[in-house]
Design a protein around this ligand. Structure first.
Ligand code: ADP
Ligand code: MG
Length: 240
């Protein structure tokens, strides 16, 4: 992290966030007074057992869900002051998501799927089309531009889902167990790709995973436990 990023406020901060779900089965307190900051340009991994609240945390960071209590700050500004319209605009423009399931549209080609978020937000320029092809090449799928999702492997679909999440040049990429359905080789490939994307495009990444070897790829690692989150201190940090 350079001096500039240390001075500017975090891209997203959660302050004393609680999240509880009240369902038929009873009340579940998932996040408890949780504080978390995502600095611009960071690559963070969040690890934790299934059901600990990783997805809930990512949904709140991505403005897909709201906390029961506590504050969300974007670049130091509290978002409760923003209109719903402004929040959805920020979510569509600045935040990209990759989930465990690719959610590609079955009737559209690889190229059309990656371009879709740009198309939804208006007419697509030739520059955007060119950028789309660049992204598809970056994820190693330029030999499959005209293929349908059903004609691709699981790993290939996830790589396209990653390209699609990047098409609008988001500031923040949230990846929720993106390799959860992949075999070991494709898992490695996808995570190396996340690292490349972080280095080449400078996008801030928060990755949720239950796998310790995958979280090791990130620059900073966190563990969720009992509604809170703590940073894992590596050997280097202890001795350096
Ligand atoms: N919409 C919801 N309604 C009720 N409970 C939920 C909802 N979403 C998540 N939960 C509960 O919150 C807990 C955390 O879920 P989740 O964030 O998906 O965990 P993780 O991603 O770490 O596996 C789980 O106990 C889950 O059942
Ligand atoms: Mg989850």
């Amino acid at each position: 992290m350079n001096k500039e990023t240390m001075k500017s406020p975090p891209l997203v901060s959660l302050l004393k966030v609680d999240k509880c779900f009240t369902e038929v089965g009873g009340r579940v307190d998932v996040l408890k007074c949780l504080d978390f900051k995502v600095a611009e340009g960071a690559f963070l991994a969040i690890r934790g057992a299934s059901g600990v609240g990783k997805s809930t945390l990512l949904h709140i960071l991505g403005l897909l869900d709201t906390p029961t209590k506590g504050k969300i700050l974007l670049n130091g500004e509290e978002i409760t002051r923003f209109s719903d319209r402004k929040i959805s605009h920020i979510r569509n423009r600045d935040i990209g998501f990759v989930f465990q399931f690719h959610h590609l549209l079955p009737d559209f080609t690889a190229l059309e799927n990656v371009l879709m978020p740009a198309r939804i937000s208006g007419a697509v320029s030739s520059r955007e089309k060119a950028y789309c092809k660049e992204l598809i090449a970056l994820v190693g799928m330029d030999h499959r531009l005209e293929h349908l999702p059903s004609e691709l492997s699981g790993g290939e679909r996830q790589r396209l889902a990653l390209a699609r999440a990047l098409i609008r040049k988001p500031k923040l990429l949230l990846a929720d167990e993106p390799s959860g359905n992949l075999d070991e080789e494709n898992t490695k490939k996808l995570h190396q790709l996340l690292k490349d994307v972080h280095e080449n495009l400078g996008v801030t990444i928060v990755l949720a995973t239950h796998d310790i070897s995958l979280s090791a790829l990130a620059d900073e690692r966190f563990v969720m436990h009992d509604g809170t989150i703590t940073q894992e201190i590596t050997e280097e940090q202890t001795h350096g």
